[in-house]
Design a protein around this ligand. Structure first.
Ligand code: NAD
Length: 363
């Protein structure tokens, strides 16, 4: 199979971890006899520096022509520390998601047994947690109009908005996925207060009626934030909007031990976008110590969802499991018991996974 993959490394640790995602693709290609053709493009701060724009037209054009996109992260402290800057890296990412019609963000939160002690939660609460988030990605308060300032800048407002169409299309995907899992969907909203949430709840119920074999549980977002920590195993598929999903998935990342472990897929009707959930991590950028496993696991999602290569995707996940079972750790997932000799930098961790992938019988 010959496929065009666009690599967008981005900023900070983005290029450092994406290098290992790409090498994982290369190794899978060699082992399974697939031909992956790569192109590269700029986004975020790197794109602003080179072109003045966070999403150069060339990047959008390449993205639209690719079969899949592997992305790193964007962001730079110069913007985070100066909210008055008009041109910002995250505008590039939001515009690209919008331009590709990526309305569905898929975030698996799976705890690898070996990392049960890396989380700040108790092992007995966590063990076996396996959640699949469906976060709506192109609507809600992040895109709603009008937005702005009034009263000479002393009052600010944004608009939380959802259409029935937007809710229905992501709800359909969530219920379909639940059929291949434990057949339970938690729909998270704030319907006791927000009108947009009342439409959300009404629409999800209509979709649920077509899936009588899947249980629907409505939950308010404040309760969900608490339940995720209290008893994460009660959740199977979690369906929610853009803002609530943004916050809950970061919270849920602690179930998996580290942001550096979590991958995501952003899907629309055409080219999908695969990326770690973490940002550009300026606090560790340039030191070669970032955990590349989220990028490598993003490749597993890419192989499965963009190309239907399920065996290849499983091989990548198994290689990560093997590497962790062998005791190898980057700093973010090491604990006090991890011996110095088992602590790895980015490149060493990437090489261990590639070695496990190439020789799966060492598992
Ligand atoms: P962040 O995810 O970059 O970092 C949060 C913490 O997790 C940091 O301590 C960081 O060192 C650690 N971390 C993250 N990824 C890691 C990895 N692979 N290995 C080891 N440790 C890791 O979030 P932040 O600090 O809130 O944001 C930094 C910048 O990233 C900001 O400019 C923000 O706007 C941007 N950001 C971008 C994206 C994206 O590109 N999708 C997502 C979130 C934040």
């Amino acid at each position: 199979m010959a496929k065009k993959i666009l690599i967008i490394p981005g900023d900070g640790i983005g290029p450092e971890v994406t290098e290992w995602g790409k090498q994982t693709l290369e190794t899978v290609g060699q082992l399974f006899g697939h031909q992956f053709v790569y192109d590269q493009a700029l986004l975020g701060h790197a794109a602003i520096e080179a072109t003045g724009q966070p999403l150069p037209p060339d990047t959008l054009a390449k993205a639209q022509q690719a079969d899949a996109i592997l992305f790193g992260a964007i962001g730079h402290p110069m913007y985070d520390n100066d909210p008055t800057r008009k041109v910002r890296p995250e505008q590039g990412l939001l515009a690209l998601r919008k331009g590709l019609g990526l309305y569905c963000n898929l975030r698996p939160i799976k705890l690898f047994d070996e990392l049960v002690h890396a989380s700040s939660l108790k092992p007995e609460v966590l063990r076996g947690a396996d959640i699949l988030f469906f976060r709506e990605l192109t609507g809600d308060v992040y895109f709603g109009e009008p937005r702005g300032r009034r009263d000479e800048g002393d009052t600010a407002f944004d608009t939380m908005i959802y259409s029935r169409y937007e809710v229905r299309r992501i709800a359909e995907r969530a219920f379909q996925a639940a059929r291949h899992r434990r057949r339970r969907v938690h729909s998270i909203d704030k319907a006791n207060v927000l009108e947009s949430s009342r439409l959300w709840r009404e629409t999800v119920k209509q979709v649920a009626a077509q899936y009588p074999d899947v249980e629907l549980i409505d939950m308010f977002v404040d309760n969900a934030a608490m339940q995720l920590i209290r008893d994460p195993r009660q959740f199977d598929v979690v369906l929610t909007g853009n803002l609530f999903g943004d916050i809950l998935t970061d919270e849920a990342s602690q179930i998996a031990g580290s942001m550096g472990m979590l991958a995501s897929a952003s899907l629309g009707d055409k080219t999908g976008f695969y990326e770690p959930i973490h940002g550009s991590a300026p606090d560790i950028a340039g030191r070669g110590i970032a955990n590349p496993l989220a990028s490598i696991l993003s490749v597993a999602l890419l192989l499965e969802h963009a190309f239907g290569l399920v065996a290849e995707a499983q091989a990548v996940v198994r290689a990560v499991e093997t590497t962790l079972a062998q005791g190898w750790r980057t700093g973010d997932i090491a604990d006090a018991q991890t011996p110095a000799a088992q602590r790895l930098n980015t490149a060493q961790m990437g090489q261990k996974v590639l070695a496990a992938l190439a020789v799966p019988e060492t598992a």
